[in-house]
Design a protein around this ligand. Structure first.
Ligand SMILES: [Fe+2]
Length: 305
């Protein structure tokens, strides 16, 4: 069975409930030229927002289900084998309280479960939607993540499946982003593996030595945000201060189609075939996708019955 993150009916309304002024500063021309294709910087007004104070983040961490807090040691190399990221030996609370000295990386996932963070996410994405809808319509599945990292910590090389803007709230990060369209950097097999894995598995990848410098490098300072196109590989190195980042993400219906096609190719490769790259045969892919949707719909009806 293909594991899918089908876009839900959740949509982002244009009403901002939290901030009287727009939280983001977006250059419309740059957004139109680069969204989904190349990384680019935006500005934001969230550095002094009370939702990112340590006591409020501790309260948030205590309210989230355990499975939605991921944390580990942060003094890592750039490349770590999937499934081998070491633990830091602390609890989430201790990790947050001691983030300055405990050399760790912690993420609070799906923070929109808390209504205050949901409102803030909605305010931000309402602004993004004005620019993204003409390019990739159907914004759905809004989700937000908060990353806390110790000075000098490294987030190893990996990929993520959503449209993402990483807003730097406190401290600074060096972000190395690689072109996800280049199959000499990111292979079809890498994408098949991403889309066949469950949400809780790591997305770390191997990075060939000859590709290490073939990246865009950004010095992401507080007050700035960076757009990560979907599945563009990246690794991140924290600066000399504690870092707090707010990641605002969403999906679009075209990503669901892409996910299904890569999952089908993963199944074919596991059964010994050499599937054609996604995007190389639009007619066959339309047939595959529609067949999958029909099978999925019939299976859902039978399960309900
Ligand atoms: Fe990431």
């Amino acid at each position: 069975m293909i594991r899918t993150a089908t876009p839900t009916s959740t949509t982002v309304s244009p009403a901002s409930k939290v901030m009287s002024s727009a939280p983001l500063d977006i250059d419309a021309a740059e957004f139109a030229a680069k969204f989904g294709q190349e990384p680019f910087l935006i500005g934001h007004q969230l550095c002094d927002h009370p939702l990112f104070e340590v006591d409020r983040l501790l309260e948030l961490a205590q309210s989230l289900p355990e499975k939605h807090i991921e944390y580990n040691a942060g003094d890592l190399p750039v490349v770590v084998e999937p499934g081998k990221t070491p633990a830091n030996g602390l609890s989430p609370d201790e990790t947050i309280r001691r983030i300055r000295e405990c050399k760790s990386w912690l993420v609070l996932k799906y923070v929109e479960q808390d209504p205050a963070y949901s409102d803030l996410l909605e305010s931000c994405l309402a602004q993004v939607a004005k620019h993204s809808e003409p390019i990739r319509p159907g914004m759905c599945s809004p989700q937000a993540f908060i990353f806390l990292t110790s000075p000098g910590s490294v987030t190893p090389y990996h990929i993520d499946p959503e449209h993402n803007f990483l807003l730097q709230i406190r401290g600074a990060k060096k972000v190395c982003l690689f072109d996800g369209r280049d199959r000499s950097i990111l292979s079809e097999e890498d994408l098949e593996q991403l889309y066949s894995e469950s949400d809780n598995q790591e997305r770390n990848l191997q990075l060939a030595d000859e590709n290490r410098n073939r990246c865009w490098t950004f010095d992401l300072q507080s007050g700035r945000g960076l757009h990560f196109p979907v599945t563009y590989p990246h690794w991140v190195e924290n600066g000399d201060e504690v870092s707090i980042s707010f990641s605002i993400t969403f999906r679009t219906p075209d990503l669901y189609r892409r996910q299904v096609l890569y999952s089908l190719n993963d199944q074919r490769r596991r059964s010994g075939q050499s599937p054609a790259p996604v995007g190389s045969s639009p007619l066959r892919e339309t047939f595959d996708f529609q067949s999958y949707r029909i099978r999925h719909r019939i299976a859902s009806m039978l399960n309900r019955g």
